[in-house]
Design a protein around this ligand. Structure first.
Ligand code: SF4
Length: 277
């Protein structure tokens, strides 16, 4: 078994938020869940080869996947998650009350619910506080990741208008990696270095030729395939900076996000304006 610091994956590409600069590109109206069976098939290709210290289910917004309760139980079982590992579900929390059985599933599987706090926008905060009250009352083990003042931008624009910020020093980009340096992604049975590389092909599929050609070289990135040898798997996880990291800015591009609750149409107009200025 090759020890891996962190592995995460989308249980859905759908999201109820339209966050500016989403590092998973799921801010502009994707409607696609990953089924229980598909996830199980992906897990079975890797669960006997790697042992992640942290296993994280996310999206998009995981509560939009109607199979989420079964997915949590199945994930715990198939990965055989032990006490020295962390099983986590990352959510914005707003739909917690709408998912029947979610509290029981999280408690039964010792799965931590991580709630990301996205913005200081007063309308959003009202909904956020209400959902935290429910989560607290439910007895699940939860933590709040307060990212209100800590969003890192890895590209400009929104939807089809996105463009990489790029850098002429990929080592500096890696040093300032906008999504953390060890957040490996399981997507379509393969393992990617990070979310911007893993989900970029979805943007290409969605927007085709509308997507800037500035992304073309990054779309050629080769993820880790399940047919890789043990040595190739080992080498993949110990790589640090790679030339593909030139896709990202060379410094920490921190910004305060607007409300995540805007409609995709409003967000597109608003964020395209920001890009022009
Ligand atoms: S391409 Fe490199 S710097 Fe950019 S998010 Fe991925 S790992 Fe980080």
């Amino acid at each position: 078994m090759i020890q891996v610091p962190h592995l995460e994956w989308h249980v859905t590409h759908s999201c109820n938020f339209t966050c500016q600069g989403c590092g998973h590109y799921t801010n502009d109206g994707y409607r696609e869940n990953i089924s229980l069976q598909t996830l199980k098939d992906w897990y079975l290709l890797w669960n006997k080869r790697i042992r992640p210290r942290e296993l994280s289910m996310l999206g998009g917004e995981p509560f939009l996947n109607k199979e989420i309760v079964d997915i949590i139980y199945m994930t715990k079982e198939v990965w055989d998650v032990k006490e020295d590992q962390k099983l986590e579900l990352v959510s914005n929390g707003l739909l917690f009350d709408r998912v029947k059985g979610i509290d029981r599933a999280l408690i039964d599987t010792n799965c931590v619910l991580t709630i990301t706090k996205h913005s200081a926008d007063p309308d959003y905060i009202k909904l956020f506080d209400k959902s935290i009250e429910s989560i607290k009352d439910s007895g699940v083990n939860y933590m709040i990741h307060d990212a209100t003042d800590y969003w890192l931008k890895s590209y400009n624009g929104y939807g089809s208008s996105i463009e990489p910020i790029t850098s002429d020093n990929y080592i500096k980009s890696w040093d300032n990696c906008p999504v953390g340096q060890e957040n490996f992604i399981l997507q379509d049975a393969m393992i990617y270095k990070c979310s911007p590389l893993a989900y970029l092909p979805l943007q290409k599929k969605k927007y085709g030729d509308l997507l800037s050609s500035k992304w073309d070289s990054y779309l050629k990135y080769m993820p880790l395939d399940p047919s890789a040898s043990d040595l190739e798997v080992f080498e993949f996880f110990i790589r640090t900076a790679e030339t593909v990291c030139s896709m990202c800015p060379s410094s920490k591009n921190m910004f305060k996000k607007d409300s995540p609750l805007h409609s995709p149409n409003y967000a597109k107009k608003f964020q395209t304006e920001i890009k022009k200025n």
